[in-house]
Ligand binder design. Structure first.
Ligand SMILES: C[S@@+](CC[C@H](N)C(=O)[O-])C[C@H]1O[C@@H](n2cnc3c(N)ncnc32)[C@H](O)[C@@H]1O
Length: 293
């Protein structure tokens, strides 16, 4: 199993810089199921509780699992629901009885799982007619608000810069390239392989968040590939003195390069990063499927 999103530094950045999900995403996914309060939700790969926060109000009982203790700490610290339990667990071995779960949710995590084993487990734990809801997002659209002209073009180039940075750190690591490609392709292959009935797939846009370049930098640093890359570079440079190594690592730090390239593209080189503002919009792609009755 891949062990990513484990360290304290990345889980803190994850909580601070990743988008929350819009409540409409939960309402729409549960549209055909909300006449009565649903009993039991299982959220898998729960991270800091981002998906639980929008789905928990519809259920009487929620169990949310993740292998990362640091993610679970973040989740428990922000939890506002008495009926939600966060605990350690993995997708290939769900901690539930057969035919006991009304809905399984997976947010921005399915591409990390051993998917054939997870699908078997979903089939086992869902009640007949129960649903699997899977969703994720990739890099945001960035619309500069420091400029008045040529906005479309500046948005296109700026969004491409952060899109390229999303997977920069894992380039050449083929197992990770494959995992990341699912997100980049909006789960096209994952949709076709999910062994459930009445499957549907659609997109929902986030509301626009006002970001500065500090938020863009934090977002890039919250991607596991960034941490993997910087750690690998630090160990390749371990023979250098601490001072030389730090200088070299700061040259290689591509979150800084993203900030610099955005400033150049948007003509804001003289401005402080915190003053360069933009609207950030995320597109969430959602898949819903049911277990047969
Ligand atoms: C990108 S984060 C998504 C977190 C959160 N669900 C969200 O929507 O922001 C992916 C999460 O999947 C978890 N994960 C990775 N492999 C897993 C596995 N085999 N079983 C369960 N969770 C896993 C990671 O620890 C991490 O917290």
């Amino acid at each position: 199993m891949f062990r990513y999103y484990e360290s304290k530094s990345i889980t803190e950045k994850y909580r601070k810089y990743r988008p929350s999900y819009p409540p409409e995403l939960a309402k729409k996914a549960l549209r055909n199921f909300t006449e009565k309060k649903l009993e039991f939700l299982l959220d898998v790969g729960c991270g800091g509780g981002q998906a639980v926060n929008i789905f928990a109000p519809f259920f009487n009982k929620v169990v949310a699992i993740d292998p990362s203790e640091n993610q679970l700490k973040e989740a428990r610290n922000q939890n506002k629901f008495a009926h939600v339990e966060y605990k350690q667990g993995v997708a290939k071995n769900l901690p539930c009885e057969d035919d006991s779960v009304d809905a399984v949710t997976v947010a921005s995590a399915l591409h990390w799982f051993d998917r054939p084993k997870f699908y078997q487990e979903v089939e086992r734990v869902l009640k007949p007619g129960g649903i699997l809801i899977v969703f994720s997002y990739w890099s945001p659209k960035l619309i500069p608000i420091c400029k008045n002209d040529d906005i479309e073009n500046l948005t296109r180039i700026g969004s491409q810069i952060v899109h390229d940075a999303f997977s920069f750190g894992i380039r050449g690591i083929s197992a990770l390239e494959q995992i990341y490609s699912h997100g980049e392709n909006k789960y096209k292959q994952i949709f076709s392989e999910i062994p459930l009935i009445k499957k549907r797939r659609y997109d929902i846009a986030s509301k626009s968040h006002t970001w500065s370049l500090d938020d863009v930098k934090g977002f890039v640093q919250s991607i596991d590939g960034y941490e993997t890359y910087m750690k690998n570079k630090a160990s390749e440079l371990s023979r250098l003195s601490e001072e030389e190594r730090d200088a070299k690592l700061s040259e290689l730090d591509y979150s800084e390069q993203v900030v610099h390239r955005l400033k150049e593209t948007w003509g804001c080189v003289e401005m402080k990063s915190s003053d360069v503002k933009m609207k950030a919009i995320f597109n969430f792609f959602v898949i819903v499927g049911e277990k047969s009755e």
